[in-house]
Design a protein around this ligand. Structure first.
Ligand code: TA6
Length: 277
């Protein structure tokens, strides 16, 4: 079942429900802000706003055509997450798989920010697993460079109960000190953490007390792991003071050195699949 809904202020989203999963996707930013099978995969801030032009806090924000401040001419994490996407296709196969395709093309507003012609398409497959395929096509007559990420906020029992496997021995940029480091062992949390891993080439596992989530990607060799901890959480918009305890971001990306240059007519797809084990 696919239902088009609006919040009281007119904010549009799509509600999907099939025999195995339920999801909510805002047209703004093609932003998945809820996905659950037995339980919620994604964290959504209780104080997030749903307003035109303001990124939802939680779920899976799309960072595009830049990650972070990789392009200093653009807003942090680019502009896709605050622009309206068009639903261009829906598919319901059997009773356990629903696929939505949403698209953003260049317009006068995007040319003001980033003077290139493009097509950005997100295909979302909602089933026992959740798959996102973000395809950038260069419809311009000149090359352009992008960095991007699925800025996924995972719901967790508590930040001190979890650890992350799959990034051992990978090089990373410590975004807090701007120092290059090497990951020793699995990742656990006892303070603010903001790291951009490179040479990522394997399944990453988020291990919580009662569940493990596998994160598999294609078209990506970088991954960002972030938790704001107490002080940064207190400074951030749409975050309650203890919110840092209830989420971790593991962001499948093409970030920093993993940038992509697209020639005219070329495409690149960043794919991620989440499986709850
Ligand atoms: O991906 C980590 C990060 O770059 C953090 O440094 C923090 O700024 C976070 O993204 C959230 O950024 P936002 O612009 O969504 O508030």
């Amino acid at each position: 079942m696919i239902t088009h809904k609006k919040k009281a202020n007119g904010f549009e989203y799509i509600h999907v429900k099939n025999s195995v999963a339920e999801a909510k996707i805002a047209l703004q930013g093609a932003h998945i802000f809820s996905y659950k099978t037995q339980e919620d995969l994604l964290w959504l801030s209780e104080t997030s706003v749903f307003e035109q032009g303001t990124a939802i806090r939680g779920g899976i924000p799309l960072c595009w055509p830049a990650f972070g401040m990789n392009n200093p001419q653009l807003p942090q994490h680019g502009f896709a997450r605050t622009l309206h996407f068009t639903l261009i296709n829906t598919e319901e196969t059997q009773d356990d798989t629903t696929t939505l395709t949403l698209r953003l093309c260049d317009n006068a507003q995007t040319h003001q920010l980033w003077d290139y012609s493009f097509e950005l398409t997100l295909r979302i497959t909602i089933a026992k697993t959740l798959t996102l395929e973000l395809t950038t096509t260069n419809t311009d007559t000149k090359d352009f460079t992008i960095t991007q990420a699925f800025h996924t906020y995972f719901a967790i029992s508590d930040i001190q109960n979890i650890h992350i496997k799959g990034l051992e021995n990978k090089p990373y940029l410590d975004a807090l000190t701007q120092k290059q480091k090497m990951q020793k062992g699995t990742i656990s949390f006892a303070q603010e953490f903001d790291a951009v891993y490179q040479n990522v080439d394997t399944t990453i596992e988020l291990i919580d007390t009662d569940k493990t989530t596998a994160i598999q990607t294609q078209g990506s060799h970088s991954c960002v792991v972030w938790n704001p901890w107490i002080d940064k959480c207190a400074r951030m918009s749409a975050m309650q003071s203890d919110a840092y305890r209830k989420f971790v971001c593991i962001e499948s990306a093409n970030a920093y050195d993993d940038f992509k240059i697209l020639r005219p007519k070329e495409s690149h797809t960043l794919t991620v699949t989440f499986t709850t084990l």
